[in-house]
Design a binder for this molecule. Structure first.
Ligand code: HEC
Ligand code: HEC
Length: 171
């Protein structure tokens, strides 16, 4: 009896010792709460650019021919629907000069599947701008990103030339 009791005590002690080597699941994630807990998940209040279009400052491109991020406020410009796409009213080449915006590049006026030039008309595959272009926000990032872009082409940090180089090395 005494032997069984001390055996039970020993196993309790052992399990404590083993448990001590485990990492608690609230220590694994970046949120520092249980990774199984979805109830206390809150979205961070991110600080998107509040400057209206025309008054904002363009961001540098993340890498060569990356879709530029949207530097201006999107209030009143979304959602993009089949009937209304506010983005086109300022970014199509015919309006861009007057409003001081960057016109959509050549790649957006071409059917990339057939290679056919749309003669200045926006390709359907480019209609939903925010599928690729997203607003930039100031956030405290949890993990530092050490990526540093290298720009091969002149002004690659502020302009794109995808259509001119797309077939480089292919033809
Ligand atoms: C009222 C005109 C206007 C509207 C509408 C508008 N923009 Fe802009 N956009 C601008 C101007 C002007 C700039 C240049 C920065 C500035 O002056 O604020 C710009 C800059 C940008 C840039 C950065 C370009 C670069 O060279 O880095 C992107 C991307 C962009 N807009 C995307 C959009 C998208 C997507 C929409 C629709 C959701 C949109 N814009 C709606 C006027 C507009
Ligand atoms: C399928 C993804 C995609 C969609 C949709 C898209 N873009 Fe782009 N956009 C890009 C990429 C990638 C680039 C940079 C490479 C290039 O020149 O094509 C770019 C470049 C641009 C530039 C910079 C042009 C320059 O000369 O530097 C502007 C402005 C722009 N897009 C506006 C828009 C607007 C406005 C829409 C919607 C009408 C739109 N884009 C839809 C991917 C997209």
């Amino acid at each position: 009896m005494k032997f069984i009791k001390s055996l039970a005590m020993l196993s309790t002690l052992l399990s404590f010792a083993v448990a001590g080597t485990f990492v608690d699941d609230s220590e694994i994630g970046l949120r520092k709460i249980s990774v199984k807990d979805e109830n206390s998940v809150t979205l961070r209040d991110v600080n998107y650019s509040a400057q209206p279009a025309g008054l904002s400052t363009r961001f540098d491109r993340a890498f060569e021919n990356a879709p530029p991020m949207i530097p201006h406020d999107l209030d009143g410009l979304l959602p993009i629907t089949t009937e209304l796409n506010m983005c086109t009213t300022c970014h199509l080449p015919e309006f861009a000069n007057d409003v001081g915006s960057t016109p959509v590049p050549k790649s957006h006026l071409v059917d990339l599947r057939s290679g056919e030039d749309n003669e200045g008309v926006l390709d359907g595959s480019r209609y939903n701008c925010v599928q690729c272009h997203t607003p930039q926000a100031k956030v405290n990032i949890a993990i530092q990103n050490n990526f540093k872009p290298e720009f091969f082409y002149k002004d690659g940090n502020s302009s794109s030339n995808l259509m001119d180089i797309l077939n480089e090395g292919v033809k």
